[in-house]
Design a protein around this ligand. Structure first.
Ligand code: ZN
Ligand code: ZN
Length: 313
C-alpha cells in the first residue's frame, strides 16, 4: 500500500485501531522509511483550552522526529502520536511567540528524564540561545540535584541552540534539506517559514505571517503547504469580550493571514495540497469548515485539508 492511502488518518485513541487495521500504525523505531506529516496541535494563540491545542507540527522522516514549534502540551501530544521523548533530535521554531515555544524547555527536559542522552539541535530566531540558557537556569536546582542524586548525565552540553538571523539553508543531512524564508509577522523582526525537502515529499510550514511574497517563493511547487489562517468575523466575536479589543484586533489582522490571502499564496506557489492549521480563533465551535475555506477557494483550486489535532497527512 502506498503512503498516500494512509494519509489524513487520526492518531491515538480509538483511531489507532483503524491505523493498525490499515497497516499504517507500527511501533516506533521499526525503521519506517519515508516522510510522515502529523499536525500535533492546530490552535493559534497563547490561551490554553478549547477544542484545539496550541500549535505544533511533526514530521517523521525515516522515523526521526522533526518538531516544528512547541506550544503548551507538545510533550503529551508527541506521546499520543507514538513518538517516545527519548528519540527527540531536531526542533524548529518559526518565531518566539509563546504559543510556538512555551514547551521548548519542558520538552527537552522531559526527553532527558525519559532517557534521552544524545544531542538535540534546536533552530530558531534570536534570542533562542539566551532563552535556552535561561530555561536551564530556571531548572538548575532540579537538574543539578538529579545529576548528583540519581547519577544522570548532564543534559545541558547536548542541547544545542542554533540561532537563525537570516533566511536560507537551516540544516541538511542525508534525509532532508531544510530551508527558510522570512515571513511578515509584525512587530517581530525575525519570523520564518520552513521548507522540508526529503526524497519522497516537499512540505512547507508557514509559521505566523501576513501575506508574504517570500513564502510564495519558498513554497513553489511543494507537495504540501501547511498554512496559518485567521477568520476576521470570528476574531470580532472573540474580541467583544476583551478590554484591549482595538489594539489586539490590529495586531491580529496585521500579523496573520485572512482566508483570501492563504488562497493567494497556495495558488501562486502552485502547491498540490493546502493544509490549514494555527486557526485564529481556534476554539469557536460556531465557525464551520466552509467559513474557513470559502475565502481560500476564491483563489486556490487544489486540495484543501482543514487540519485537526493529531491528523496525519
Ligand atoms: Zn502563533
Ligand atoms: Zn506569532
Amino acid at each position: 500500500m502506498s503512503m498516500r492511502h494512509t494519509r489524513r488518518q487520526f492518531l491515538g485513541g480509538a483511531t489507532s485501531l483503524l491505523l493498525a487495521a490499515s497497516g499504517a500504525s507500527r511501533a516506533f523505531g521499526q525503521e519506517r522509511k519515508g516522510t510522515r506529516l502529523i499536525l500535533l496541535r492546530t490552535k493559534g494563540g497563547p490561551r490554553v483550552g478549547g477544542g484545539r491545542n496550541n500549535p505544533s507540527t511533526l514530521l517523521l522522516i525515516n522515523d526521526v522526529p522533526y518538531v516544528v514549534d512547541c506550544g503548551a502540551g507538545t510533550s503529551r501530544q508527541l506521546g499520543a502520536a507514538g513518538v517516545p521523548l527519548s528519540r527527540l533530535r531536531y526542533l524548529f521554531f518559526t518565531h518566539l511567540h509563546s504559543d510556538h515555544m512555551l514547551e521548548y524547555g519542558p520538552l527537552v527536559y522531559n526527553g532527558w528524564v525519559a532517557g534521552l542522552r544524545t544531542r538535540v539541535d534546536a533552530y530558531g530566531p534570536p534570542p533562542l540561545k539566551s532563552a535556552t540558557q535561561a530555561f536551564w537556569e530556571y531548572l538548575r536546582f532540579d537538574v543539578d540535584t538529579r545529576i548528583e542524586d540519581e547519577g544522570r548525565t548532564d543534559p545541558r552540553p547536548l542541547r544545542v541552540a542554533n540561532e537563525l538571523d537570516a533566511p536560507g539553508t537551516v540544516m541538511q543531512n542525508d534525509d532532508v534539506k531544510v530551508t527558510s524564508a522570512a515571513v511578515v509577522h509584525p512587530p517581530l523582526k525575525y519570523a520564518f517559514a520552513f521548507r522540508f525537502d526529503t526524497k519522497d515529499r516537499s512540505i512547507v510550514i508557514s509559521g505566523d505571517t501576513n501575506y508574504a511574497p517570500a513564502l510564495v517563493g519558498l513554497a513553489k511547487g511543494a507537495d504540501v503547504l501547511v498554512h496559518e489562517i485567521l477568520y476576521p468575523p470570528g476574531v470580532d466575536k472573540l474580541l467583544a469580550r476583551v478590554p484591549n479589543a482595538a489594539t489586539l484586533r490590529k495586531h491580529l489582522v496585521d500579523s496573520h493571514s485572512v482566508p483570501e490571502d492563504v488562497g493567494r499564496v497556495a495558488a501562486q506557489a502552485h502547491v498540490k495540497t493546502l493544509v490549514l492549521s494555527h486557526f485564529v480563533p481556534g476554539d469557536d465551535p460556531d465557525i464551520t469548515d466552509h467559513m474557513w475555506t470559502d475565502g481560500v477557494r476564491k483563489h486556490f483550486q487544489g486540495e484543501i485539508i482543514i487540519g485537526k489535532d493529531l491528523m496525519e497527512i
